[in-house]
Design a protein around this ligand. Structure first.
Ligand code: 0PR
Length: 387
């Protein structure tokens, strides 16, 4: 029942008590999340501009301009020119938007199909379910690489879109984006890259000497990219992004909203009212950290990734599933035994990792909040659990 109102202090005490059940990033317990603590300065900016609503851009032309500027700047980071797009609630919304665009651009296909790797995120299943699109999933090889021959064999006259992933949810791997591009060259098939996780690490890994394959707008067949500030961008939860090459997509496929106080406009979103605060916060985070700041953060994450890999190598009976391409480490049994069974024991010791039964692995994500001492402690507990 709603009461007569209680004072702030009491409310804060109640909240502290209730929320003490939550896991915290800085405890190191959260070893399997793709989110992290937002960058401090971003929080300050977010709080200041928390009332901005990009769902009615005519009322907030300043915020709208800032969003455009940010999209274009990130588009350049992804080797694109005049890239358009928008900030979303996260990777799921961005992927839903991409599937919808792929479908809308091909009204001639009565039973539209999308080809994607089996390792793709569940948001594509949601999109397919909601939009009545059929997904055709390509197999992976034993080394978790996409089986491109199988992928190719799934393309047919009903294909309206193909998906590649730059930073898979389970292992942080990058699909052969250029080779997928070859398969759809000069075909009227929309090519979307899901870099929800990879989008704010891959551009900086390059500067640390990692020689990863091309995954962005430098592959000229790539039509759109998902990249999430609330993952490796250290942005406010929730904030995702969709980046689109063709500036006419909005005109061609957007929803028109004619009655708003700020005036008529078109958008691609699932949601209506939309946070401007987290977009402004991300603008501030990118400006503040710059390339140099991000490279520093990414460098630490990769040092910790290498440290975990080295420590796993020293533990008998287990191994890494595959050499990491970014800060995601899959751990599996050396002899093929079920590793997922130990996950609940790790949870009892407060270690929260991801678990992927279909690939027989548990997943650690070395986000900026994970420190070397957390990894050492984790390895100790892992040894105990394995015994
Ligand atoms: N695309 C990829 C490649 C993803 O890994 C994810 C989410 C998404 C899209 C969807 O993003 P949103 O969750 O922003 O809609 N990957 C994580 C996952 O499902 C999300 C996550 C985040 C999971 C924090 C756990 C966690 O603690 O594993």
């Amino acid at each position: 029942m709603l009461n007569e109102g209680i004072d702030r202090k009491e409310i804060m005490d109640i909240l502290e008590k209730k929320l003490s059940k939550d896991f915290s990033y800085d405890s190191g317990s959260i070893l399997g999340s793709m989110c992290t603590t937002a960058f401090d300065f971003g929080k300050e900016v977010y709080y200041k501009y928390i009332n901005k609503n990009l769902g009615d851009p005519g009322l907030f032309p300043g915020t709208t301009e800032l969003e455009k500027e940010l999209i274009s700047e990130i588009g350049e980071l992804y080797n694109g020119k005049n890239i358009t797009g928008s900030f979303t609630t996260g990777g799921s919304e961005s992927n839903l938007i991409a599937v919808r665009i792929a479908k809308k651009l091909r009204p001639d296909i009565k039973k539209p199909e999308i080809i994607l790797p089996i390792s793709a995120h569940i948001s594509f299943d949601k999109a397919a379910d909601l939009m009545d699109v059929k997904l055709r999933k390509a197999k992976l090889k034993d080394n978790f690489e996409l089986d491109l021959d199988h992928f190719k064999s799934l393309i047919n006259e009903n294909t309206c879109g193909v998906i590649g992933i730059a930073g898979t949810t389970s292992l942080g791997l990058i699909d052969p984006i250029e080779r997928i591009g070859d398969l759809v060259r000069d075909k009227d098939i929309f090519f979307h890259v899901d870099a929800a996780f990879g989008g704010f690490i891959l551009p900086f890994l390059k500067h640390l000497g990692y020689n990863h394959p091309k995954w962005d707008f430098s592959v000229k067949e790539v039509d759109s990219i998902t990249a999430d500030p609330h993952k490796m961008g250290m942005g406010i939860i929730p904030s995702g992004g969709i980046f689109i090459r063709d500036e006419n997509i909005l005109q061609k496929t957007g929803f028109e909203i004619p009655y708003l106080a700020g005036g008529n406009f078109k958008h691609l979103h699932i949601v209506g009212t939309r946070t401007g605060g987290s977009v402004i916060a991300f603008w501030a985070i990118l400006k503040y950290l710059g390339k140099k700041g991000f490279i520093q953060i990414v460098k630490k994450c990769m040092e910790n990734t290498d440290y975990l890999v080295k420590k796993i190598d020293e533990v008998e009976g287990i191994k890494i599933a595959v050499k990491p391409m970014m800060n995601v480490v899959g751990i599996t049994h050396e002899n093929g035994e079920n590793i997922c069974r130990i996950n609940h024991k790790l949870k009892e010791l407060n270690w929260m990792l991801g678990k992927f039964d279909e690939f027989n692995l548990i997943r650690a994500v070395l986000m900026p909040h994970v420190k070397k001492e957390h990894i050492s402690k984790f390895i100790k507990d892992l040894k105990i659990v394995l015994e």
